[in-house]
Design a protein around this ligand. Structure first.
Ligand code: FA5
Ligand code: MG
Length: 416
């Protein structure tokens, strides 16, 4: 009978998400709180700040690249299902099997082969395989991450891809007969992949950087301070990150690079060289509108939303905090389990699940190892603040108690 089946088998074997049924397994780690964000599509919601930034980015690409009839070259995909396979999210992008970004502790898995995309780059290879040369992918992405005012487990990205043939690359060269985009027999260097000629890579790099600097200048004005930082991605080489100076601090806004030629080989675009980038919409919108906390994008409060009602997506809006309610903080200390693995992200998810958006920040403030028993203990400070009303200490204590009970049960920790 059912009662003889171990606990784990009693849990539901399938889960319905966005009208489609998926089987679950021991990789399943999506939470009801995360599921509640599916299908909200803030990036295309009317009068939403993320939607304005999306449209302004699209407009920049529409203006920057025209076909021979004067029509936009880039096509836009902003409604692709965020539920993807590990092949889409990782394998198609040459992300190795043992890469950290695949870990259960970093992604929301539906089952071992299916997850909520961790970046919009997940669709790059399939769109190239359809024959597209210039396109933008825009959508919600999901990551298990730390909790503070710039990190939220759901955010929005824009990816861009541009592929060029030899004729397109060297169209401004007077005698292109001696130039090529491919060469054989050279090795990979910090400047290029082994397949490419340096001149082709440099022209692509110039085109990519000019377009992205143009984008931040369009959004923030000609005087915006920016810098390029070398970076590494499995799917591009060479790769860079663009940082802008905001409130006297350098803020990373995007990653980009020259697409790995293996990706173009596999997708049939063998005669082309390409660039790609991926940026975060929230980061740009927070700078553009002075929005202090990433949770605000999910606010349904009219005090927030009404500030963004305008007919002109280019109008400059400065968000005025409705009122910043006081914080409540509570510390929590516990011994980590000794025989099973512990990840802080498991703890963060439980706190989010129980405390919802009332949790503003979680800080690991102390790690202690008992010299005799070798047991490790963590102490976290949890900062609570409601975006729209005052929280009482009593209410916070209740949430806190519930967190203690749940983590003792689910993570096998021992509260100190
Ligand atoms: C990527 O996701 C790559 N797929 C980008 C890419 C695409 C590189 C194509 C090369 C070619 P990364 O994890 O750095 O890279 O994220 C890209 C951007 O998303 C960041 O620069 C940042 O603007 C935004 N972002 C990343 N994590 C968060 C987060 N937790 N909250 C808000 N924005 C984030
Ligand atoms: Mg990055």
């Amino acid at each position: 009978s059912l009662s003889n089946i171990p606990e784990i088998n009693k849990s539901p074997r399938t889960i319905k998400l966005l009208n489609y049924k998926y089987s679950t397994d021991n990789w399943t780690n999506i939470t009801p709180k995360i599921i509640s964000h599916l299908g909200q599509n803030l990036h295309i919601a009317k009068n939403h700040p993320l939607s304005y930034v999306r449209q302004r980015i699209i407009n920049h690409f529409y203006k920057s690249y025209l076909n021979r009839l004067g029509n936009p070259l880039f096509s836009v995909y902003d409604n692709i299902n965020p539920i993807v396979t590990t092949v889409q999210n990782f394998d198609s992008l040459l992300i190795p099997i043992d890469h950290v970004s695949r870990a259960k502790s970093d992604c929301y898995y539906i089952n071992q082969e299916t997850l909520l995309r961790a970046h919009t780059t997940a669709h790059q290879a399939e769109l190239i395989a359809l024959g597209l040369d210039n396109f933008l992918i825009i959508g919600d992405v999901y990551r298990r991450d730390e909790i503070d005012c710039t990190h939220y487990p759901v955010f929005h990205q824009v990816d861009g891809v541009r592929l060029c043939t030899m004729e397109q690359i060297f169209k401004n060269v007077r005698d292109p007969s001696k130039l090529n985009i491919f060469e054989y027999g050279s090795n990979e260097s910090i400047d290029k992949q082994r397949y490419h000629t340096l001149e082709a890579v440099k022209i692509m790099e110039y085109d990519l950087k000019k377009t992205l600097v143009g984008l931040v200048q369009t959004l923030f004005g000609k005087d915006i301070k920016y810098r390029w930082v070398n970076q590494i991605f499995p799917f591009t080489h060479p790769s860079w990150e663009l940082e802008i100076c905001f409130n006297d601090k350098w803020l990373e806004i995007l990653g980009c690079g020259i697409i790995r030629q293996e990706i173009l080989h596999k997708t049939g675009a063998v005669d082309r060289i390409g660039w790609a980038f991926g940026l975060g919409l929230e980061r740009l919108a927070m700078c553009l509108y002075s929005i202090p906390d990433i949770r605000l994008f999910w606010s349904t409060d009219s005090g927030f939303l009404n500030q963004f009602v305008t007919d002109n997506i280019n109008s400059s809006i400065t968000y005025k905090p409705i009122s910043l309610h006081p914080q409540c903080t509570n510390d929590i200390s516990f011994w980590l389990p000794q025989d099973i693995e512990y990840s802080s992200n498991d703890f963060y998810d439980i706190v989010r699940e129980i405390g919802g958006d009332k949790v503003e920040q979680i800080l690991l403030i102390d790690t202690y190892v008992n010299p005799k028993t070798k047991r490790t203990s963590h102490c976290y400070k949890i900062v609570y603040r409601h975006m729209e009303r005052v929280l009482s200490q009593e209410e916070v204590n209740k949430i806190h108690k519930q967190i203690e009970i749940t983590i003792s049960k689910q993570l096998n920790v021992v509260i100190r």
